[in-house]
Design a protein around this ligand. Structure first.
Ligand code: BEZ
Ligand code: FE
Length: 300
């Protein structure tokens, strides 16, 4: 073991780990030690050149510079390398052992969505597209319906834009906050979301182009369920006939989250004035036991 003077390559990792070992927080100690060991091992494995090191540092700096109140490039990068889904599955569904209803948060959740009555619409400004009627049930892991879950909903429009990306949409269009009833159910009217490309004008876009990857997410609706005594459920329900269902750029699609967005061409619509085709989505979501912690909103 060196005395802090680095004599050879092999001295670097243990010297750094030892320098960090006085941290009072044992979790900080464990996480940082493993991080340093792994990132050093990574550099050794690929024999990282100085030019590649410079490029990597520049990439990190550009992620920070591209992040602001309305865009989160850091989350986008974690998503685009599958890291968000990996961490999601590590922390839900018994550490990946069982199926989970959870999925990555993505960069577009906003706090303070408008409270909306069950059955009401989240279309808050003219948004042309096929109408959609969503009815969901939230149960615990024993299948018991969960009443009084606060559920945030957010989705893109039928042209694939969230309201914060689109000046033609009203503030909070296609967003709402619902409360499950005594049967664990909540419902709302909307329009069918479209798939969309993730933002590609920053460093993540450069990475995708270099890897010849398309930037699309399959269409989906986001949900965030919050109830004290239960692990906050962050999830998305995907449109089953989307052309990118099997190649989501951020690896968010799991079997449990493919929804049954059923097309209706005939028959009595669910409300007056609805023109065919319209769609329905019925889905059951499971909330696991755990702590009700809200994530930090990625944008304002
Ligand atoms: C989203 O679903 O909103 C999303 C997730 C990851 C990257 C970009 C967008
Ligand atoms: Fe999304």
């Amino acid at each position: 073991m060196s005395n802090g003077i680095i004599e050879r390559l092999e001295d670097v990792t243990p010297t750094v780990v030892r320098a960090m070992s006085a941290a009072d927080n044992p979790r900080l100690r464990a996480v940082m030690e493993a991080f340093v060991r792994h990132i050093h091992a990574f550099a050794c494995e690929v024999k990282l050149t100085e030019a590649e090191y410079d490029l990597g540092i520049d990439f990190l700096n550009r992620i920070g510079q591209a992040t602001n109140d309305s865009h989160n490039e850091g989350i986008l990068f974690a998503d685009a390398i599958g890291f968000s889904t990996l961490v999601c599955l590590l922390n839900n569904g018994n550490g990946g052992a069982t199926e989970t209803a959870a999925a990555l948060l993505g960069p577009f959740w906003r706090a303070n969505s408008p409270r909306t009555e069950n059955g009401a619409s989240i279309v808050r400004s003219p948004t042309p597209g096929p109408e959609l009627f969503v009815a969901c049930e939230i149960v615990d892991t024993a299948g018991k319906p969960l009443a009084d879950v606060e559920v945030d909903v957010w989705q893109s429009s039928p042209v694939g834009l969230y309201e914060n990306q689109d000046e033609t949409q009203a503030d909070m269009n296609l967003r709402g906050k619902f409360t499950t009833d005594a049967n664990g159910q909540f419902s709302f009217r909307s329009v069918k979301p479209a798939g969309y490309p993730v933002p590609t004008d920053g460093p993540v876009g450069d990475m995708l182009r270099a890897q010849h990857r398309h930037p699309y997410r399959p269409a989906h609706i986001h949900f965030l369920g919050f109830k004290p005594g239960h692990k906050t459920l962050v999830t998305q329900i995907f449109v089953d006939d989307d052309e990118h269902l099997h190649t989501d750029v951020v690896f968010g699609v799991t079997r449990a989250l493919v929804g049954d967005y059923r097309r209706h061409d005939h028959g009595e619509p669910l409300a007056a004035g609805v023109r065919a085709p319209w769609y329905t989505l019925n889905h059951r979501l499971v909330m696991e036991n755990g702590e009700a912690i809200l994530p930090k909103p990625p944008i304002k």
